[in-house]
Design a protein around this ligand. Structure first.
Ligand code: PEP
Ligand code: CO
Length: 454
């Protein structure tokens, strides 16, 4: 696929610096920051331009209604929760969800993790009140520490380098898992973790896994050499994160030696958050010059005019696969807020992927002071999204969720009926509450049903 994004206004990886940039950390030591960014700019790319082009091609299939996008992972990756097991378990639940969606809806699933780079967080308020003292908000481990002390919250540019190295190790393991046998369809039973397997969702999954086994045995018996079928042995798994700390993204933006286009090599797909999508701001400008596939969150404040202007900035060539719009309206609002936006985007000729983030419009604080979400609200936003898409003739292109493979108790409800008191049991997220393994699988079954219902 040729590079067709035409950088406007003399775009360069540094040209965002002339524009207002929201949500940037207040680095205390400018010199130390420059040193870190300089070091980053000499480090090898994390992903390759050809891979980003392959993702763009797959997303073009989603835009055409021929595939479904599953984008999932942590709200914020952690420097502490960094083990082979936690990466493997997150991959397991994403692979399980993809199997349920592919098998249940007969649709190919494009798999993109919020992983290997999701280390920076936008905040609603820059300061937090801790025992009467105002301390800087936690902005992700790429910037500062989550511990609630003044010292821990001081932005430290050495963390940019640490985030790069953790991303590289995570990506290395993901590549090994997805290309080295772990994602082989014959392993489909192995992805069911013990605490999930004994549950109702786990049993439903096992039934699909048994049918897949039978189909594979049938094909072998027919003389088909499954060993040579790469698509059964390996999975294409892509990475993504919010392009928030622009100095970091700039330092990893490189010119592709084959096409000459600019690629942000920190991830395959970069998105712009709800708080940084100002039309005249640095974030949209930065994304506009990249040749990676890009995305933008779209919240309840978006107007049709603004959204079309955003599409004009990010997708000037009107190219399928280039731009994904991630709706995050809130459970009661998706159904009626989305149709005018979807119609305006369609009439403007931008062939975007529409996907639903049912998490960020549904966050609230429990009586015990924990940030949480209710599984019913998550499902209800997805259902409202599908209703809106049906009303406008738009393909419901995907879901964007925060999850973990572990059996955490961060979101309420689901088949285990997690209640407010349970939030204290296993609440380990560094930022927003995530669906646990069972809730994630349950969600995949519900989405497959919605897709089947057409
Ligand atoms: C996020 O995806 O973690 C996030 C902060 O989302 P939003 O920009 O939609 O609020
Ligand atoms: Co989040």
């Amino acid at each position: 696929m040729p590079d067709t994004v035409k950088p406007v206004n003399d775009w360069t990886p540094t040209s965002w610096r002339g524009l207002p940039a929201e949500q940037q950390p207040e680095w205390p030591d400018e010199h130390a920051l420059e040193q870190s960014l300089k070091a980053l700019s000499t480090l090898p790319p994390l992903v390759f331009a050809g891979e980003a082009r392959a993702l763009r091609k797959s997303l073009a299939e989603v835009a055409a209604g021929q595939a479904f996008l599953l984008q999932a992972g942590d709200c914020a990756e952690s420097f502490y929760d960094f083990t082979a097991d936690s990466i493997r378990d997150k991959l397991k639940v994403i692979l399980q969800m993809a199997v349920v969606l592919t098998y249940g809806a007969g649709t190919p699933v494009v798999k993109v993790g919020r992983i290997a780079g999701q280390f920076a967080k936008p905040r609603t308020t820059p300061y937090e009140d801790v025992a009467g003292e105002q301390i800087p908000a936690f902005r992700g481990h790429m910037v500062n520490d989550d511990a609630p002390t003044l010292d821990a919250r001081r932005p430290d540019p050495a963390r940019l380098i640490a985030a790069y190295h953790q991303s590289a190790s995570t990506l290395n393991l993901l590549r090994a898992f997805t290309k080295g046998g772990f994602a082989d369809l014959s392993q489909v039973h192995m992805w069911n973790q013990q605490f999930v397997a004994s549950s109702r969702e786990g049993e439903r999954y096992e039934a699909i896994a048994a049918e897949i086994d039978r189909a594979l045995r049938f094909m072998t018996a027919c003389g088909i050499d499954l060993g040579s079928e790469e698509s059964l042995r390996q999975v294409d798994f892509y990475t993504s994160h919010e392009a928030l700390v622009l100095g970091y993204e700039e330092a990893l933006t490189r010119r592709d030696s084959i096409t000459g286009g600019w690629y942000d090599t920190s991830a395959h797909l970069l998105w712009c958050g709800e708080r940084t999508r100002q039309l005249d701001g640095a974030h949209l400008h930065f994304l506009s010059g990249l040749n990676n596939p890009v995305a933008a969150k779209v919240g309840p404040g978006a107007t049709p005019e603004d959204l079309v202007a955003l599409c004009d900035i990010l997708d000037p060539a009107r190219e399928p696969g280039r731009l994904t719009l991630i709706s995050r309206m809130g459970s009661q609002r998706a159904e009626h807020l989305l149709p005018p936006l979807q119609r305006a985007v369609r009439d403007s000729g931008h062939p975007v992927v529409w996907t639903c983030d049912p998490m960020h419009g549904n966050t609230f604080v429990s009586e015990g002071g924990r940030k949480t979400r209710h599984f019913d609200d998550v499902l209800s936003e997805i259902s409202g999204f599908f209703t809106a898409c049906r009303a406008t003739g738009t393909w419901p292109g995907g879901v964007h969720v925060e999850l973990t493979g572990d059996s955490v108790t961060e979101c309420l409800g689901g088949a285990e009926e997690i209640v407010e008191d349970d939030l204290e049991l296993r609440y380990t997220t560094t930022c927003d509450p995530r669906l646990n393994g069972r809730q994630s699988l349950d969600l995949a079954f519900r989405v497959a049903e919605l897709l089947r219902a057409g």
